[in-house]
Write a protein that binds this ligand. Sequence first.
Ligand SMILES: CC(C)(COP(=O)(O)OP(=O)(O)OC[C@H]1O[C@@H](n2cnc3c(N)ncnc32)[C@H](O)[C@@H]1OP(=O)(O)O)[C@@H](O)C(=O)NCCC(=O)NCCS
Length: 199
Amino acid sequence: MRAFHGCALDNHDFDDAASELFEPFFEGGLSRPYGNDETADKHRIEFVFRPYSPSDRSAVFRLLSILPSLYPEGDLWLERRLQDVSRGKARCMIADTRRWGAVGLTIETPKGPHKVKLSTIFVDPCFRGYGIGSALLRYCRENWTREKLRNVYMTADLRSAGVMLPLVTRFGFELVTTEFNRYGRDRHEMVLSWLPDQK
Ligand SMILES: CC(C)(COP(=O)(O)OP(=O)(O)OC[C@H]1O[C@@H](n2cnc3c(N)ncnc32)[C@H](O)[C@@H]1OP(=O)(O)O)[C@@H](O)C(=O)NCCC(=O)NCCS
């Protein structure tokens, strides 16, 4: 185990064979904008975005271990989604650090012709605030724009509104409605729609 920012993280050795399969869509480093200059350099992390591969399965389940507490049978849902990704029927982008492994991801699911749901966006709590969430959304938005999608939506737990709304509205999402008690008592779900022409 390796300590980082007060969080206990699994050690992840990135072997050479795996790195040959590494197909970065984005490669760069990001720093936390919070804190002084001295700590900012120390907290810089290098990461790449790459598509999911089946060897990521356990890392993804570990990252999204919160899912079953948010959604009934969330783990079964994730299993099905990852199978869809492996069959090319859904898209999963991994934000990967060479040192700590997968620290964030998006899962996008087609819901009909020209309609896509951003099913999941998640960043490991230890790595939040580096701009990984923003970079993932920027990457998705570029794809949606290139693919001329008109109907992109996402849903999110209302309790995440404080951090989620400022972020996703910056990338063109608008809160459409909130489904109260959608996943049980006091489990309210926001529904957000992407407006392609606005941002
Ligand atoms: C929403 C989420 C993806 C953002 O990821 P992130 O990597 O922290 O995003 P960014 O670093 O790009 O930050 C986005 C905004 O969050 C806020 N923020 C993040 N960390 C912060 C910190 N330490 N202090 C203050 N604000 C912070 C800022 O408003 C920031 O915007 P800025 O660029 O103007 O500073 C992440 O918080 C998350 O995964 N939350 C849980 C999401 C969830 O529950 N998903 C459903 C489960 S499937």
